[in-house]
Design a protein around this ligand. Structure first.
Ligand code: C2E
Ligand code: CA
Ligand code: CA
Length: 857
């Protein structure tokens, strides 16, 4: 047993693509986390840097303020603790010394930017004042807009230590550095210190926005300014400076933000890197998933090919055991080495009896199996299979198909193996179908297809004038009336019998086929002369003319035969068939129960007829029909009693054609219906124009009795013209009754009920005129003009006429003689008591206008 491989993937095993997708999603998530952590760290570092920078700027801001304070302290000390200044500004205020000679005058403003320089004397009055470099009288208190007495006192108190008072004040809305120092001789021994309160020197350095900015910039601080915002100290870039009066001045600036810069620089870069990484990850994800899918597919196909192998083994077992075919294997000499279990079941033979024996003994192939192997070489192709025979255990002959493969070893072919299928039923069925497809179901005769094959085969053998191939086209006469009178079942029996009789006449190697209906084809070889062919035709016709005894009826039919021969007439099957048909048509025209050899004129006639057919179609459209009228006279009074309408065709090329040349065509093509309608209408209309109320008689074709709504057409011709029905006579021939007697009878009664007259035309040319005359509602009969020919001399003819007249009288029919060409004929007819006459002797068919003239000369 082969190991069993699961035929499907276990449900908990994920596909490669699923695993890959998971792994890649995990990596992507990891990357995202890393990216977020990096961003947070960056922001944190930036914030720290900013913090650091603010701390630094605060330090420098303090430094700036301190430096300014130190500076004013040093300068005020220089001026106040100086002997010369003591002498010229305390002991006695010497404006000239101070201002004019510029010892403590206008230069303090441009040099140190001190807006105010004041000297407050011992009486606390402002003794000297320079504001923005200009000597003025303004009181220090007044200019500073606040009381400075306390500062002055403090300065006097600290004079012994030569320590000035320095601090901030708010001056006119600006912070101002104020330095106050009491004058001292400053160690100048030549200056004598006075008793009492010392004068005090006061410097004011007003820190307006420009000054503050410049001060900040000196210390690397940007935009140092007074912070006028209210509220607590939320901003870390603020320096609160206490004033001498106890208030706080808030100074602020724009601290450097290196962290922000770092963020501005790094964050976009980080974002860009993140985006690139994301794109790369996505692409990788896609590729990896595609690759994984591919792996999945190949894995699946690998998987399925493995299971396919297992399945195919199982299938082989099943097939070998269950199939109707059996499997075999032989050695190189075709000796059977293996036979599947089905061998016994199919053939009935035991496996053991045949193992070791040659396969070629069991299956008999055309030409022999070994020979076939030899001709097909060592490698029979896949298409090669052999149809062979074998005899089953029960003795029946069976057909089988043998398929063969060679087994190749290192030293060449070591044996063969293959399958044998029993195809007996298939072959039989095929043969049945083939037979059915090539034979007529009713008679068992070969059909048109088989005949065609046969004929082509014969023609390929190239018949010669000495050994011609004869084709007979046979059509039964009066077969339709068998069907009509006895029913189709009887008709079928007759056809079966006809087939038997035809077969009897033929020799082996000839063929009789049924082409459908009552048409047969015979393909005959081995007769060389026309006489022989004629004898054959005679035998055939005589054979068919023998009565058929069916259901106690004796049925009589006849046959017409058309003959065409190869190579005399044609060498192509198609032509030969057509020519035999033409000859048959000719034979039928020649009066049935006869045969006709094809002649090339027939073909010309057929073509001619075809042309005429097309022309006739046009004739109806182009109004090429003409009406002629031939008068009919009463024999007794020599009076015109009626006129027969006779149609002509004014053919554009052939001139005026008589009905004999086109009525048959009109009938076979159905054009007779519109043609006849035209005659009916025109004749009725014409009769209406006559001065006398004579009868107009119109010929009807048997075809019109079968179809063509005859009753309605007659009715409408009468209505359209207004002709009284009693003035219309319809002439019909016996064939109307022959074709469908019952139908004709019904229709004739219907016509009679319209009020029209009916007369039987061409009386005496048919078969059973008398019985018809009795049964059918005729008003008159017209003796065929063929009886006139020898009327004068022959007493027989006269007797016939007399008999017909007598018959007519008995049946109260008006008897008309047609084709009266001589006075003598007329005389005989008068003697025979004939009622009416019509013929060239009296009047030829004429144009309607001529008839008018004849009626009223
Ligand atoms: P039919 O009905 O027997 O018509 C009489 C034929 O005899 C006419 O030939 C007429 O011209 C011819 N005939 C008359 N008197 C004499 C005579 O003294 N001697 C000779 N030898 N012949 C004479 P037509 O007009 O050629 O007609 C031939 C046939 O064509 C008619 O024979 C009739 O069967 C058929 N036919 C003519 N017109 C029509 C028509 O409108 N409808 C149908 N269905 N058939 C028509
Ligand atoms: Ca007629
Ligand atoms: Ca006639």
């Amino acid at each position: 047993m082969a190991p069993v491989i699961e035929s499907s993937r276990p449900p908990n095993v994920l596909s490669n693509s699923a695993v890959t997708r998971k792994a890649l999603l995990f990596i992507s998530a990891l990357l995202l986390v890393l990216f977020v952590v990096a961003s947070v760290a960056l922001v944190h570092i930036a914030a720290q840097q900013n913090d650091q920078a603010i701390k630094q700027s605060l330090f420098y801001a303090e430094k700036a303020i301190q430096a300014r304070q130190k500076s004013i302290l040093a300068i005020v000390s220089d001026y106040a603790f100086w002997g010369e200044a003591y002498r010229h500004l305390h002991v006695q205020v010497d404006t000239d010394w101070a201002y004019t000679r510029q010892n403590m005058g206008p230069s303090l403003f441009p040099d140190f930017a001190y807006e105010g320089v004041f000297v407050v004397d011992a009486n606390n009055q402002t003794a000297y004042a320079v504001v923005e470099g200009q000597l003025t009288n303004v009181e220090a208190q007044q200019w500073l807009k606040q009381d400075v007495q306390a500062l002055v006192e403090q300065a006097r108190a600290q004079a012994d230590d030569e320590e000035p008072v320095v601090g901030f004040l708010q001056v006119s809305g600006w912070p101002a550095l104020v330095a106050v120092a009491a004058f001292t001789p400053g160690g100048d021994t030549q200056v004598e210190a006075t008793e009492g309160a010392a004068s005090v020197l006061l410097f004011v350095d007003r820190l307006d926005p420009q000054k503050l900015q410049a001060l900040g910039q000196d210390f690397g601080i940007d935009d140092l300014h007074v912070d006028e915002r209210l509220g607590g100290n939320h901003d870390r870039s603020v320096l609160a400076v206490p004033t001498l009066s106890g208030e706080l001045i808030r100074l602020s600036w724009h601290p450097a933000q290196p962290g922000d810069q770092l963020l501005y620089l790094i964050l976009p870069l980080l974002g860009l890197v993140g985006a690139i990484v994301a794109v790369i990850a996505w692409l990788m994800l896609r590729r990896a998933i595609a690759a994984a899918r591919e792996m999945d597919t190949s894995y699946a196909s690998l998987y399925s090919s493995q299971s396919a192998l297992v399945a195919s083994e199982a299938r082989f077992r099943d097939v070998a055991e269950a199939a109707s075919d059996w499997i075999w294997e032989t050695d190189a000499q075709l000796r059977l080495k293996y036979l599947s279990v089905r061998f016994q079941a199919v053939t009935g033979h035991s496996e053991r009896a045949w193992l070791g024996r040659p396969l070629s003994e069991f299956v008999l192939c055309p030409g022999g199996l070994q020979a076939w192997l030899d001709t097909h070489g060592a490698r029979p192709s896949a298409k090669d299979s052999l149809q062979c025979q074998y005899v089953a255990m029960d003795g029946t002959q069976r057909t089988c198909r043998l398929v063969l493969r060679h087994i190749e070893g290192s030293s060449g072919i070591t044996g063969y193996r293959g399958i044998v299928s029993d195809i007996t039923q298939e072959v039989e069925a095929r043969a049945r179908i083939e037979h059915l497809s090539l034979h007529d179901a009713l008679t068992g005769l070969p059909n048109r297809i088989r005949m065609q094959e046969f004929l082509e085969g014969k023609l390929r053998a190239l018949p010669t004038a000495g050994e011609p191939l004869v084709m007979l086209s046979i059509d039964l006469d009066r077969f339709k009336s068998v069907n009509d009178s006895f029913g189709h079942e009887t008709g079928d029996l007759v056809l079966g019998e006809v087939s038997q009789r035809l077969r009897l006449v033929l020799r082996d190697g000839d063929l009789v086929a049924r082409m459908g209906g009552d048409e047969f084809i015979l393909v005959v070889s081995g007769i060389s002369t026309q006489e022989e062919v004629e004898r054959l035709c005679e035998r055939l016709i005589t054979g068919i003319e023998q009565p058929f005894e069916i259901d106690h009826h004796s049925i009589f039919i006849g046959a017409s035969i058309g003959v065409a021969m190869a190579p005399a007439d044609a060498c192509l099957a198609e032509d030969l068939l057509r020519y035999a048909d033409i000859a048959l048509y000719e034979a039928k025209g020649a009066g049935r129960s006869t045969w006709c050899f094809y002649a090339s004129e027939m073909n010309t006639r057929v073509k001619d007829r075809h042309q005429l057919e097309n022309d006739l179609r046009q004739a109806l459209i182009n109004d090429e029909l003409r009406l002629r009228l031939q008068p009919r006279y009463s024999v007794s009074g020599q009076r015109m009693v009626a006129a027969e309408a006779l149609v002509r065709w004014q053919h554009p090329q052939r001139g005026l054609l008589s009905p004999d040349s086109f009525i048959a065509i009109a009938e076979s093509t159905g054009l007779i219906v519109p043609l006849s309608s035209w005659v009916l209408r025109t004749a009725c209309m014409e009769a209406m124009s006559w001065p006398e109320a004579l009868v107009v008689s119109v010929n009807l074709s048997p075809v019109e009795f079968q179809h063509g709504r005859l009753l309605a057409r007659v009715k409408s011709a009468l209505e359209e013209s207004g002709l009284p029905p009693s003035r219309l006579e319809l002439e019909l021939t016996e064939s109307v009754m022959l074709d469908d007697a019952e139908g004709a009878l019904v229709l004739m009664h219907e016509l009679k009920s319209l009020g029209v007259r009916l007369s039987m035309d061409d009386f005496g040319t048919g078969y059973s005129s008398l019985s018809y005359l009795r049964r059918f509602p005729f008003d008159g009969l017209k003796i065929d003009r063929s009886f006139m020919a020898d009327l004068e001399g022959s007493s027989d003819s006269q007797a016939i006429i007399k008999a017909i007249v007598g018959l007519g009288r008995a049946l109260s029919l008006t008897v008309t003689a047609e084709g009266v060409e001589t006075a003598a004929q007329l005389e005989v007819l008068r003697q025979c008591d004939c009622d009416e006459v019509q013929g060239y002797f009296l009047a030829r068919p004429m144009e309607p206008a001529a008839l008018h003239l004849l009626m009223c000369p």
